[in-house]
Design a protein around this ligand. Structure first.
Ligand code: AMP
Length: 399
């Protein structure tokens, strides 16, 4: 069974074609600058050269047509015809409270996703465009929606309710939803498999540390708390996002800078976090270089980041009433032994000791704690596309 995984953003579209008998990626790529001048597709067939094709993509329809043309191209394609695509899995950012798991897309499901648009105005409409264009170009091919929020729908009320007038929740759906659910779900399952233990028996804290970063407390395979909230702006200090701040800062900062509330929200999303603290550096490779060179802003930013991660780990060890495993994933979590090491320096009270040699490795499933560490600390590369493909396969086969 071949599954096409689509992650459709407002001006970009990522895709992978996965052969589910082996779970091998047959081809992958990215359409950039959709609806903007200079649009192009970067395409890599398995075992082949990465290629960039410049082509006008005024809308997502042209982008998806181009993806399908690449996949079926006589020279560099990986399938002979579209008939070899058995199903399509779509990443959908927000499923609100309506979707606690992935689902086969029907007209009814599309309506419900549309109802969630106001909760994720930057993401859901683009995800829906991807779904609608694929349905148009591949009629009859089953489609599945996989939601970033679904994994966190198991959170108890005490973890998702904010201390606001209750109508904020009942009338306006304001609550903690959490994001990165596909990654937290994949990593919490994979870590159990890797350690050879039933996921039901493990209390796991997953640290998804990328440009967007979130932490999730997973009890027996179920999310019980997570650091992102109503939007992905909450929780940890991130690449360009502030994470949690005192809400009274919004009005105060708006007055000081002469900004509207909406402009302050843009500052919190795009000009804060590591970028804001250093005046322009959000990539951890640059930040680490600055740290080594003694750049005080980089030192401060990295200290803030690591301290915040450690604070959330402490909070979630309390939520879970203990912790068996801590798993690091995503760009920083998978690649930066330096950041992992600094975070774990705070965790000695949990009986954690780190093996420096193991911690210097990257890009593979590894245990970085010593054998006598009271908590097992691992690095688990995330694979959201594979998770989407697995859910799609399971739902299509069960139809
Ligand atoms: P993601 O959003 O998961 O793609 O992660 C992006 C983040 O991972 C960026 O801040 C990158 O700087 C960081 N990253 C990627 N590779 C490395 C590396 N080798 N060392 C430190 N940070 C890295």
């Amino acid at each position: 069974m071949n599954i096409l995984v689509i992650n459709c953003g407002s001006s970009s579209l990522k895709f992978q074609l996965i052969d589910m008998t082996t779970e091998a990626v047959q081809a992958k790529g990215l359409c950039e600058r959709i609806g903007i001048d200079g649009s192009r597709i970067v395409y890599t067939p398995a075992g082949g050269e990465k290629m960039t094709i410049e082509s006008p993509m005024p809308t997502h329809t042209e982008a998806i047509k181009l993806v399908l043309d690449c996949l079926t191209n006589a020279e560099y394609g990986v399938i002979k015809s579209l008939k070899e695509i058995n199903a399509v899995g779509h990443r959908v950012v927000h499923g609100g409270e309506k979707f606690a798991s992935s689902t086969i897309i029907t007209d009814e499901v599309i309506k419900v996703i549309e109802e969630c648009n106001e909760l994720a105005p930057l993401h859901n409409p683009a995800n829906l465009i991807g779904i609608n264009v694929c349905r148009e170009l591949m009629p009859g091919v089953p489609m599945v929606g996989v939601f970033d929020t679904a994994f966190h729908q198991t959170m108890p009320k005490k973890a998702y309710l904010y201390g606001l007038p209750i109508k904020a929740y009942t009338d306006y759906k304001i609550r903690r939803y959490g994001f990165h659910g596909t990654s937290h779900s994949f990593v919490s399952k994979r870590v159990a498999e890797f350690l050879g233990k039933p996921v039901e028996d493990l209390k796991t804290i997953v640290c998804h540390l990328g440009n967007g970063a979130s932490i999730c407390a997973v009890d027996g395979g179920k999310s019980v708390d997570t650091s992102m909230g109503f939007t992905p702006l909450a929780g940890l200090v991130m690449g360009t996002r502030s994470g949690d701040i005192d809400p009274a800062i919004l009005e105060y900062y708006a007055n000081k800078e002469g900004l509207t509330l909406s402009e302050v929200t843009t500052v919190l999303n795009k000009k804060s976090g590591m970028e804001g603290l250093t005046g322009g550096k959000s990539d951890f490779r640059d930040l680490e270089e600055g740290y080594e060179a003694g750049d005080q802003a980089c030192i401060d930013a990295i200290e803030v980041f690591c301290y915040n991660v450690a604070r959330f780990v402490g909070a979630y060890a309390a939520s879970l009433n203990g912790v068996d495993v801590i798993a690091f994933t995503a760009g920083i979590g998978e690649n930066s032994g330096f950041v992992r090491g600094k975070i774990c320096e705070y965790l000695g009270y949990l009986g954690i000791t780190i093996d420096a040699e193991q911690n210097s490795k990257r890009g593979e499933d590894i245990i970085i704690s010593t054998p006598d560490s009271k908590v097992t600390v691992c690095v688990i590369p995330t694979n959201e596309e594979l998770m989407i493909a697995r859910d799609t396969k399971a739902l299509v086969e069960a139809q």
